[in-house]
Design a protein around this ligand. Structure first.
Ligand code: ZN
Length: 291
């Protein structure tokens, strides 16, 4: 099942892709896509309702802008250097344990919303990543059980300002949570449609040039390991999301000179089966944050 929210900012309606290939307004079934809706029981009930009614009574929707695919994300956990080849391009050793950082949830925006550079930013960079969305409370869960706590998956662009991240006396969080640095979506794909999260292709283009091309098969720590690991340091709640690290090809790693984003650039990224995002980069303009 694919779940999304479409409409102008603050006025999104919840939609689901029906088997007939058309999006349906599911407000009558769920209200909105809140964390509670992401539980295994509620997702199963929703799927059943969609199948039984064939969406008959649900209005067909032609999605416009995609907002956040679900509401109520309490934590946006990032994982650093989780692809061996990306660690190499960053000139850093492959981690022996997952590196965790925080993207504050206020950085989250819709999949194709503008990315706005902070006022004095010089080193804005891109990172296509598999987002893992939690569906039920996870606390000290085993690796064997970990995937049963996952509601679904989505595309994340872990937009990063490298000077803030690396040169401003720590922590990484400084360069990870600026407004608009967390495009998520366009939709949430429920876990039943992603039988193997370690077999997904990821890619990212800037202005039509392919910079990133990888596979979740080369993660250092896989999704089950990450959910289990993180749940030992903080309780994961429904609606929380984990950005699981990026494959090689970020701007910082381009030789001989790094390439960073500038106003007017367009990022286009996607993950097989999870959809695509497209963001235009803008110089600082506070009005864009509320548009
Ligand atoms: Zn990242």
């Amino acid at each position: 099942m694919k779940l999304a929210r479409t409409g102008p900012r603050g006025q999104e309606i919840p939609i689901a892709l029906h088997a007939d290939g058309r999006w349906r307004n599911i407000a009558a079934l769920v209200g909105d896509i809140s964390p509670e809706v992401l539980s295994p029981q509620r997702l199963q009930a929703l799927q059943q309702a969609l199948q039984e009614t064939r969406g008959a009574n649900l209005p067909v929707v032609e999605p416009g802008r995609y907002g956040l695919p679900w509401l109520g994300c309490g934590k946006f956990v990032g994982v650093g250097l989780n692809y061996a080849d990306h660690a190499a391009e960053a000139g850093l050793p492959i981690p022996t344990e997952p590196i965790l950082f925080t993207k504050h949830t206020c950085c989250m925006v819709g999949a194709n919303d503008p990315v706005v550079m902070p006022q004095d930013a010089r080193k804005c960079d891109w990172e296509v990543e598999l987002g893992v969305v939690i569906g039920q409370r996870a606390r000290y869960v085993s690796e064997a059980d970990a995937l049963s706590f996952v509601a679904g998956y989505c595309v994340v662009n872990d937009v990063s300002e490298r000077e803030y991240q690396m040169e401003r006396n720590g922590t990484w969080d400084k360069g990870k949570s600026c407004d608009t640095f967390g495009p998520v979506g366009p939709w949430l794909v429920t876990a039943d449609e992603v039988p193997d999260p370690q077999a997904l292709d990821l890619w990212l283009d800037v202005n039509g040039r392919r910079f990133q091309a990888g596979s979740t098969a080369t993660m250092v720590f896989g999704v089950a390991q990450l959910v289990s690991y993180i749940s030992r340091f903080t309780t994961l709640y429904p609606g929380d999301v984990i950005a699981t690290g990026t494959p090689p090809g970020v701007g910082m790693g381009v030789k001989p000179q790094p390439i960073y984003l500038k106003p007017g650039d367009e990022m286009h990224l996607g993950i097989g089966g999870l959809g695509e995002q497209r963001q235009r980069v803008h110089a600082w303009d506070a009005r864009l944050l509320d548009a």
